[in-house]
Design a protein around this ligand. Structure first.
Ligand code: NAD
Ligand code: MG
Length: 415
C-alpha cells in the first residue's frame, strides 16, 4: 500500500477530542503540506469537535451520539455547510474506510474503538493504534484483518512504539515474524507504577478518582489514568504486546521505571538490550507512527539526560497490583478471557470514577467476573461481543451485590 501513497496523506482521527486526539492534531498542524485532515470524530463533546472543525476544516465530522451530531450540524450549518456530519458506529466505520484516507489514528477509548479500528484494517489503511482495547478484545481477528488486507499497523502506545523502534529493521515487513529467529529473547515493558507505587497498602482503599487520575508523569484521559493507577494498563499492554510482536506472555517482563524516560526495551540473545528514550510526551510516538519509516518534527523538547540524572528500575509488586496478575492469567487462559477481563475492568473503572466502587474493589470485580463468565475460543466477533456483554452484566451484578448496603440510588447508578 505504501508505495502508492503520496503526500498530502489523508488522515482520519477517531477520538479527536481526547488526549491522544488533541496531541495528534498538534503534530499534524506542524506539517500542513504533508498531512490533510479528512475526518474527525468524538462521542458527545459538541463544543470540542466544533472548535476542531473550525481549525482543521475536515471533510467529515462524526459524533457517535445522534443528538450531539444534530447539535454539531446546527452549529456548523451556516459557516461550514461543506462539512458532512455523520453519526453512530456506522459513521465511525465510514470515515475509517474512506478512499481519500491513507492513515487512521485509532484513539477512541475502550471497547467502543474496536469496530471502527477493524474497519480501518479491513480497508487496508495505515492503522496508528492507540486503542489497545481493540487488540485485547480481538487480537487474532484484528491481526488477521491487518495481514489479509495488506494494512499497516503502527503502535502508538508509547511502550509498544518503543519496542517497535527497538526491534530488528525487517520486523514490520515480515508477517511470519518469530522472536526466536530474530534473536529476541525478551521484551522489557516499562511501567511508571502510577501515583500509588509507594503509598502504604493500608491507604489504598480510600483513594479518590482525582488522586487516581493525577499521574506523576503523563497527562491522559481518565479511564487510562485509573488503569495506570491499578496497573491494569500495564496488564492490557502485556496482552497488546503479545499480539503486536507475536510473543507469549512469559517472554514479556514488566519493569517498574518511575522516571518514564525509557519507554521500553528489547533484549537480544547475545546480551544486548536496545531501548528507546524520550520525554514522556505522546507526540513522539504519534509523530513516529505518522512518518514511519521517516522522522518528522513533533514539537517535543529534546530530552536532557543531565536533568534526568538517574534512571531507576524495580520489580513490580504483584500484591500491590493484582490487576497485572489477572491480565497475565487472562492472556495465558486465551480465547475470550482477555475480552472478559477488559469488559469487567471498564465497568469497574466507570463505577470507581462515579464514586460507586472503592479503588481496591476494582480487581475483586474483575476476578469475580473472570470466575463467573466462561471463556470461549475467540473465533468470531460475535462470540467475543457476546462474552463482552455477559462480562459487563456479571460485573454490574457483582458491584450491585457488593454495594447493596449503600442504598438503592447507588445501585441505580450502575444500570
Ligand atoms: P480520552 O478519554 O482522553 O479520549 C477518548 C476519545 O474517544 C474522545 O475523543 C471521546 O469523544 C471518544 N469516545 C469516548 N467514548 C466513545 C464512544 N463510546 N464512541 C465513540 N467515541 C468515543 O482517552 P485517551 O487518553 O486519549 O485514550 C484514547 C485511547 O488511547 C485509549 O484506548 C487509551 O488506552 C490509549 N492510550 C492513551 C494514551 C494517553 O497518553 N492518553 C497513551 C497510550 C494509549
Ligand atoms: Mg502505554
Amino acid at each position: 500500500m505504501t508505495e502508492t501513497r503520496t503526500p498530502p496523506y489523508g488522515i482520519t482521527v477517531l477520538g479527536a477530542t481526547g488526549s491522544i486526539g488533541v496531541s495528534t492534531l498538534d503534530v499534524l498542524s506542524r506539517h500542513p503540506d504533508r498531512y490533510q485532515v479528512v475526518a474527525l470524530t468524538a462521542n458527545t463533546d459538541v463544543e470540542g469537535l466544533y472548535q476542531q472543525c473550525l481549525t482543521h476544516h475536515p471533510a467529515y465530522a462524526v459524533m457517535t451520539d445522534p443528538d450531539a451530531a444534530q447539535h454539531l450540524h446546527e452549529r456548523l450549518r451556516a459557516s461550514h455547510p461543506d462539512i458532512r456530519i455523520l453519526s453512530g458506529v456506522t459513521g465511525l466505520e465510514t470515515v475509517a474506510a474512506l478512499p481519500q484516507v491513507d492513515y487512521v489514528m485509532a484513539a477512541i477509548v475502550g471497547s467502543a474503538g474496536l469496530l471502527p479500528t477493524l474497519a480501518a484494517a479491513r480497508a487496508g489503511k495505515r492503522v496508528m493504534l492507540a486503542n489497545k482495547e481493540a487488540l485485547v478484545m480481538a487480537g487474532q481477528i484484528f491481526m488477521d484483518e491487518i495481514r489479509r488486507n495488506n494494512a499497516e499497523l503502527l503502535p502508538v502506545d508509547s511502550e509498544h512504539n518503543a519496542i517497535f523502534q527497538s526491534m530488528p529493521a525487517n520486523f514490520a515487513a515480515n508477517p511470519g515474524w518469530a522472536m526466536d529467529e530474530a534473536g529476541v529473547r525478551r521484551i522489557l515493558l516499562t511501567a511508571s507504577g502510577g501515583p500509588f507505587r509507594t503509598l502504604p497498602l493500608s491507604n489504598l482503599h480510600e483513594v479518590t478518582p482525582d488522586q487516581a487520575c493525577a499521574h506523576p508523569n503523563w497527562v491522559m484521559g481518565r479511564k487510562i489514568s485509573v488503569d495506570s493507577a491499578t496497573m491494569m494498563n500495564k496488564g492490557l499492554e502485556v496482552i497488546e504486546a503479545c499480539w503486536l510482536f507475536n510473543a507469549t506472555p512469559d517472554r514479556i517482563q514488566v519493569v517498574l521505571h518511575p522516571q518514564s524516560v525509557v519507554h521500553s526495551m528489547v533484549e537480544y540473545n547475545d546480551g544486548s538490550i536496545l531501548a528507546q528514550l524520550g520525554s514522556p510526551d505522546m507526540r513522539t510516538p504519534i509523530a513516529y507512527a505518522l512518518a514511519w519509516p521517516q522522522r518528522i518534527e513533533s514539537g517535543v523538547a529534546p530530552l536532557s539526560l543531565f536533568d534526568v540524572g538517574r534512571l531507576d528500575f524495580e520489580r513490580p509488586d504483584m500484591a500491590r497490583f493484582p490487576c497485572l496478575r489477572l491480565a497475565y492469567e487472562a492472556m495465558q487462559a486465551g480465547g475470550t478471557a482477555p475480552a472478559i477481563l477488559n469488559a469487567a475492568n471498564e465497568i469497574a473503572v466507570a463505577a470507581f470514577l462515579n464514586g460507586t466502587l472503592k479503588f481496591t474493589a476494582i480487581p475483586a470485580v474483575i476476578e469475580a467476573t473472570l470466575a463467573r463468565v466462561a471463556a470461549h475460543a475467540a473465533t468470531s466477533l460475535e462470540i467475543i461481543l457476546a462474552d463482552d456483554a455477559l462480562a459487563r452484566e456479571s460485573a454490574r451484578g457483582h458491584i450491585m451485590d457488593a454495594t447493596q448496603g449503600r442504598g438503592a440510588a447507588v445501585a441505580r447508578g450502575l444500570s
